[in-house]
Design a protein around this ligand. Structure first.
Ligand code: ADP
Ligand code: MG
Length: 275
């Protein structure tokens, strides 16, 4: 590991981490914001967490304080098999939270992998690394497209969180994504589950926001997280400071919502493990 982490050698339960892809082919719906802040909230709750930045834009890396000039081994090398996962993992300023950064190089991976027979399984294979046993949660921040990178994330994950912006075309985009998830289940990863649909950028003063939230809940029932992320300007300010919102202003409504989301996720996990 290139930077010393404040993680111990093994998870307390000594089992493989829960790998969650954060996906929606639409840009600007809150994927990266969710990856950064849910991961921070999980780490704050004592869970050793890894964020894998799988978007060539590298916004999760920037938002977690990793400068662009300071990304040596990245998700590109990992997915191309040029670097073991352990060498691409770096610590963040948040205890128990580590990162695999990305750079624009990652756009090349799509082209370079297109003729590879096992191209959808590259990330899954790379994540079969003993270093994974140090983590309890792994969040993969996907690019805004249903491309080979997103397919790699969905093929490697146990479940997927779908951030959904409360706006008019939200449901249309959602059905396309749900079809893709079904295809991935059929072809690449039969165990893939929907962890939850997450309503983001909710504006209580806007009737449309409320209507979209109601429609999504009617359509998908308990697949939708109870927690709703409000539109909150503090959340959008945080990345320019290279900090998660939870560190920038932990009291703001957005940070508090991500803390509730982490609790909800942990509660669900405990329940499903007990079942
Ligand atoms: P994606 O990764 O899906 O493209 P981002 O997480 O980057 O989306 O969010 C898109 C933009 O919206 C960013 O500028 C982000 O700071 C902002 N944003 C995300 N969530 C919220 C929120 N709850 N309130 C206000 N702004 C938000
Ligand atoms: Mg993003």
């Amino acid at each position: 590991m290139s930077t010393k982490l404040s993680t111990g050698s093994k998870t307390p339960e000594n089992r493989a981490p829960l790998i969650i892809a954060i996906a929606n082919q639409k840009g600007g719906v809150g994927k990266t914001t969710t990856a950064i802040n849910l991961a921070t909230a999980l780490a704050a709750a004592g869970k050793k967490t890894l964020v894998v930045d799988l978007d060539p834009q590298g916004n999760a890396s920037t938002g977690l304080g990793r400068e662009r000039g300071d990304r040596d081994q990245t998700s590109y090398q990992v997915i191309m098999g040029e670097s073991p996962l352990s060498e691409a993992i770096v610590a963040t300023e948040i205890p128990r939270l580590a990162l695999v950064p990305s750079t624009i190089d990652l756009t090349g991976a799509e082209v370079e992998l297109v003729t590879e027979p096992q191209r959808t399984y590259r990330l899954r294979r790379a994540l079969r690394d003993p270093v994974m046993m140090q983590f309890e949660y792994v969040l993969i921040d996907c690019p805004p497209s249903l491309n080979l990178l997103t397919l790699n994330a969905l093929a490697a994950a146990k479940s997927v969180i779908v951030p959904l912006q409360c706006e008019f075309f939200a449901l249309e985009g959602l059905s396309l994504l749900l079809r893709t998830i079904e295809t991935v289940q059929a072809k690449f990863n039969p165990g893939l589950e929907i962890e939850g649909i997450l309503l983001t950028m909710f504006d209580g003063r806007n009737n449309l926001s409320g209507q979209v939230a109601t429609d999504v809940r009617n359509y998908l029932g308990d697949k939708v997280f109870h927690t709703v992320i409000p539109r909150n300007v503090r959340i959008s300010e945080a990345p320019s400071h290279g900090k998660p919102a939870l560190l920038y202003d932990h009291k703001c409504t957005g940070s508090q919502a991500y803390i509730r989301l982490a609790s909800e996720l942990l509660r669900r996990e405990r329940k499903s493990r007990a079942a």
